[in-house]
Ligand binder design. Structure first.
Ligand code: EPU
Length: 304
């Protein structure tokens, strides 16, 4: 039996670790949907994250880790776990030759730009990945033919079972949009290894990629990025488009007209609308083009 949330909150308060009770995840996801979690913990340092994990562990309270909430669909209700948010784990990048060390809560496009300004190439693709460094590691986020696996040197974190995992201890185990990092592992610091190039050239590439992204993706709308993984050798967006599903709608959740692999919240969507739309798209793509799509978006389903 896990200890009641109030007792865990009291322990977090004693340790002076910021937290909120009954915090709606809609406030913390780019889709703007998601019901409340009983406890929302916001450590401001790796030390606080370690203590928070110990408190949650002692209380037998399960938790999940939240980055920028840009690849996440959380249910409207029934979320009976705590959330540890990593936005506060944000030591700014430090540079050492071609290496960059950075906190997991830093916004990835910001890191991409800082790397460019410092004449380091390899992270240009990340300008199109609006997530946190830690979330991007967990998902092995990628774009334009590259991904995190190509540029990451080492990852440090904190794990419910093993405690603190130093830089060499946490093997990321990357594959396409996947890593071996578990749902209760908090990435704290990441070291990247890049290469030298002319800052002007790198920044020009970044501007070109941003233009391309704005032209092909619904960047101004609320979404959680690409909804589905690309099947080997194909594009989920092309398949959803081929099935004629652009504009398909459930409530206020709609398939983007600009890029069919994006599900948008047109304003008042509920998580139920989005879950229903995703299931409908999968079923129709299966029927019409014979391909079984797999979600890329991480889904936190409620108990009820
Ligand atoms: N296409 C269509 N209709 C559409 C969308 C795409 O026909 O509605 C066609 C395009 O014309 C193109 C092909 O499908 O011929 C591939 O499209 P695109 O170049 O947009 O790339 P993608 O495979 O759909 C991937 C990543 C994106 C990343 C872009 C840019 C996945 C699932 N998607 O998209 O990542 O931004 O490349 O490189 O890996 C994400 O992971 O959240 C994401 C958005």
């Amino acid at each position: 039996m896990s200890r009641p949330t109030a007792a865990v909150a009291a322990e977090l308060a004693r340790a002076a670790i910021p937290h909120r009770r009954d915090e709606p995840l809609a406030r913390h996801t780019t889709l703007g949907v998601g019901g409340p979690v009983p406890l929302f913990v916001e450590p401001r340092s790796s030390d606080e994250a370690r203590v928070a994990v110990a408190i949650l562990g002692d209380a037998d309270l399960p938790y999940r880790v939240l980055g920028a909430g840009s690849n996440l669909l959380a249910a409207d209700s029934g979320l009976d776990f705590a959330v540890v948010a990593t936005a506060g784990l944000a030591p700014l990048p430090t540079f050492d030759g071609v290496r960059i060390s950075v906190g997991a809560g830093v916004f990835l496009p910001r890191l991409a730009r800082e790397a460019a300004r410092n004449g380091l190439t390899g992270l240009e693709f990340a300008i199109g990945v609006p997530g946190s460094v830690g979330g991007a590691i967990r998902m092995n986020a990628g774009a334009w033919g590259s991904d995190m696996a190509r540029v990451v040197k080492s990852v440090a974190g904190i794990d419910r079972h093993s405690g603190e995992l130093g830089e060499q201890a946490l093997a990321p185990g990357f594959s396409y949009r996947r890593s071996g990092i578990g749902p209760e592992t908090i990435v704290t610091t990441v070291v990247f290894s890049l290469a030298n190039d002319d800052p002007g050239v790198i920044l020009a590439t970044i501007e070109r990629l941003l233009d391309e992204r704005r032209a092909t993706q619904p960047t101004a709308s609320r979404s959680a990025g690409c909804a589905f993984k690309n099947p080997p050798g194909d594009s989920a967006g092309r398949l959803v488009d081929q099935a004629g599903l652009k504009g398909l709608r459930h409530g206020d959740a709609v398939v983007s007209e600009r890029h069919a692999n994006f599900v948008l919240n047109r304003g008042g969507a509920t998580a139920r609308d989005v879950f229903t739309l995703i299931a409908d798209v999968k079923a129709r793509v299966r029927d019409k083009v014979g391909v079984e799509l797999e979600e890329e978006i991480v889904m936190w389903r409620g108990e009820s």
